[in-house]
Design a protein around this ligand. Structure first.
Ligand SMILES: C[S@@+](CC[C@H](N)C(=O)[O-])C[C@H]1O[C@@H](n2cnc3c(N)ncnc32)[C@H](O)[C@@H]1O
Length: 255
C-alpha cells in the first residue's frame, strides 16, 4: 500500500507545526511540492525551512510540479454564486487532480509521501478532496494551526461570543450580506475588502501575514478603521507583491 500524508504546516510561523506533524514528516520518503509561482516565494521558503529543520538532507525525495493555471477572470465581479466561477474552479481542480495522479505515480508500494498544506488541511484547501478519489492510496491528515487560530491568538480574542455561533466564509460570500444566523463571522479569501459592505458599527479584527515577521494587525469599529485597513493592505501588497489576510467580524450588539 502507498500512504499519503496531508500535513498542515501552520500559517506562517514555523513553530506552528505540531509535534505530531514533525513525527509524521520524519517517516516520509517523498515530499510532493506544488509550485504556485514565484510571487509567493516566502511561502516556499517556509516549507523549505521546515524540511531543512526537521529532516536529514538526502533522507527524502522531492517531487515537484507547477500548479495548473486557473482562469481567475471567469465570473469575477458577478454578484453572489456565479456558475461561471464555479465551473472555472471545478475545471482547475480537475486539472489539479490529474497532476496529483501523475505525482503520486512517483510513490512506490510501501512508501509514504506527503503534501505540506498551508494552515490546516480542513479549511479552504483542496488537497484532501482531490486525494479522496485516488485509488490505491491510504490518506492520513495531520491538523495544523490555521490562519483563523493565528488571527485569534494575535488579537488575543476568542472566536465566539459566549454561547453564540461562528461562521467561516469567503469575501465573495460576505458581499451577499452579513449572515443572519451568525454573531461572529471569519472571512478568508477576500481580495475585494468585502467588509466595506457591512454595518459600520460592526467590530473587525483584521490580520495580514499572520505568524510571520511581516504580521500586521488592525482592529476597531469598521466605520473607524475600514479605510485604514484598505490603505495598509494596498501598501503591504505593493511592497511584497502578494498579501494573505483574514478577519473576524463581530455583529454590533442590539441591546
Ligand atoms: C486557500 S486559503 C488556505 C487556508 C489555510 N488552509 C488555513 O488553514 O488557514 C488561503 C486564505 O487563508 C488566509 N490565510 C492563510 N494564511 C494566512 C496568514 N498567514 N495571514 C492571514 N491570512 C492567511 C487568507 O484569508 C487566504 O486568502
Amino acid at each position: 500500500v502507498r500512504t499519503v500524508y496531508v500535513i498542515g504546516i501552520g500559517s506562517g510561523d514555523p513553530d506552528h507545526l505540531t509535534l505530531q506533524a514533525v513525527a509524521a514528516l520524519k517517516r516520509v520518503d517523498v515530499v510532493f511540492v506544488i509550485d504556485k509561482g514565484e510571487v509567493k516565494e516566502d511561502l516556499t521558503a517556509l516549507r523549505t525551512g521546515i524540511l531543512d529543520r526537521h529532516l536529514e538532507p538526502g533522507s527524502y525525495r522531492v517531487v515537484e510540479a507547477a500548479d495548473p493555471e486557473r482562469d481567475r477572470g471567469a465570473g469575477a465581479g458577478e454578484a453572489g454564486r456565479s456558475e461561471r466561477y464555479t465551473a472555472a474552479v471545478v475545471d482547475w481542480q480537475d486539472r489539479r487532480g490529474s497532476l496529483y495522479a501523475s505525482m503520486l505515480a512517483e510513490l512506490a508500494d510501501g512508501e509514504t509521501g506527503a503534501f505540506l498544506v498551508w494552515g490546516d488541511p480542513s479549511l479552504y484547501d483542496g488537497t484532501l478532496r482531490l486525494l479522496e478519489g485516488v485509488e490505491g492510496i491510504e490518506v492520513v491528515s495531520y491538523p495544523g494551526i490555521s490562519s483563523v487560530q493565528a488571527l485569534a491568538a494575535a488579537h488575543k480574542i476568542p472566536i465566539n461570543r459566549i454561547g453564540e455561533s461562528v461562521l467561516i466564509t469567503t469575501g465573495r460570500k460576505l458581499a451577499d450580506g452579513f449572515p443572519d444566523h451568525a454573531d461572529s463571522v471569519v472571512v478568508m479569501l477576500d481580495g475585494q475588502c468585502a467588509f466595506n459592505t457591512v454595518d459600520p458599527d460592526t467590530k473587525i479584527y483584521w490580520g495580514a501575514y499572520l505568524g510571520t515577521d511581516d504580521e500586521i494587525l488592525v482592529s476597531g469599529r469598521l466605520g473607524d478603521v475600514a479605510q485604514e485597513i484598505e490603505r495598509v493592505r494596498r501598501e503591504a501588497r505593493d511592497r511584497k507583491g502578494w498579501i494573505m489576510d483574514t478577519y473576524l467580524l463581530r455583529k454590533p450588539r442590539k441591546d
